[in-house]
Unconditional design. Structure first.
Length: 337
């Protein structure tokens, strides 16, 4: 079995073909090159930044190896396996424990040199990774895949991974024109004092599977004092303005909320949207229209947003006004047994 073959080969053993464990000292640079080639058309701004950091670390491989021997931190981050063909590194998979006290493991960076695809290398690397998770006592393996990558999705389906949900990043190259002004009685500003209500609303959108894998953090919804001062100053000098608006039910609980960052200086407008599942059909389209109507008073810079794949009504409304999905990431998991 490929997994057993890989685990039986120490990292310092040189092989001409097959799987071996990732070696921190000699594999950082070739893996960085591999990821750049394999995902050339897929890397976003954050992905490109991570790749730059990986390349820098590759040029400092000696120091990285020394630090890893003393702390073990880097080895945990870059743990995984590579595939050697014709004496060179042509495949990679990263395997990381999701949390120190859980049985959940994350599989990432499944990449194969374009010239070596179609030979079963990805499948062998995945089988090696799953065998490793099993031997380490893991109970679940979780990964993310782009919705458009039908080949990878098909392989994960055949390997009995199940979909848990996902997110989609959408963009419109300029503020679309609209004359619609939706009636939203009850839509009113909220402040930093309402961060707990926004956190509760965001939690209501999360499926049980999503919360199991990566629960949202309460701290992510706080507005630090320095952020508030920065937003006040930006509005004062006319750079941008942040609109925080919400609709409440009779108990005061948030039913929906929107944060719109509208810019007057060059850049991108950004939109964040939360709606309780039972209210999505009622509010999502109208909230999108509200945001677009506000932006009519601002320069026609691009508009960006990120939505959970469950927000079908908001996505349909955005597509109606010319927004396009740039990246759709699906989260998948498999039980290890």
């Amino acid at each position: 079995m490929a997994a057993m073959h890989a685990l039986a080969n120490p990292a310092n053993q040189r092989i001409e073909r097959g799987v071996r464990p990732f070696d921190l000292g000699r594999d950082l640079r070739p893996v960085a090159r591999l990821i750049a080639d394999a995902f050339a058309d897929e890397l976003d701004v954050q992905g490109e930044a991570a790749l730059r950091e990986l390349r820098i670390m590759g040029h400092m491989s000696g120091l990285v190896r020394l630090l890893s021997r003393s702390t073990g931190e880097f080895q945990d981050v870059f743990n995984g396996f590579v595939w050697i063909e014709d004496g060179k590194l042509v495949g990679n998979v990263t395997v990381q424990r999701a949390a120190s006290s859980s049985g959940r493991w994350q599989i990432a960076n499944v990449a194969v040199d374009p010239h070596y695809r179609g030979r079963g290398i990805s499948r062998s690397l995945m089988e090696t990774a799953l065998e490793y998770v099993r031997e380490m006592g893991g109970t679940w393996a979780v990964l993310q895949v782009r919705e458009q990558n039908e080949i990878a999705r098909g392989m994960y389906d055949r390997m009995r991974f199940e979909e848990m949900g996902g997110s989609v990043e959408m963009r419109c190259e300029r503020v679309p024109k609209t004359n619609e002004h939706p009636a939203l009685p009850g839509l009113a500003p909220f402040s930093s004092a309402d961060s707990t209500l926004l956190y509760d609303l965001a939690n209501s959108e999360q499926s049980a599977e999503s919360q199991w894998w990566r629960a949202i953090r309460r701290a992510d919804f706080d507005i630090p004092i320095e952020q508030g001062i920065g937003e006040w100053f930006s509005r004062l000098v006319g750079r941008d303005r942040v609109y925080r608006m919400a609709m409440r039910d009779f108990t005061g609980r948030f039913e929906s909320a929107v944060i719109l960052t509208a810019r007057r200086w060059p850049g991108e407008h950004s939109l964040q949207l939360w709606v309780r599942p039972q209210a999505q059909e009622r509010y999502e389209r109208r909230l999108v229209l509200w945001a677009l109507s506000v932006l009519q008073e601002y320069p026609v810079w691009p508009v960006v947003t990120s939505l959970g794949t469950s927000h079908t009504h908001a996505r349909a409304a955005l597509e109606e006004f010319g927004f396009q999905a740039r990246t759709t990431l699906l989260t998948m998991r498999r039980k290890i047994g």
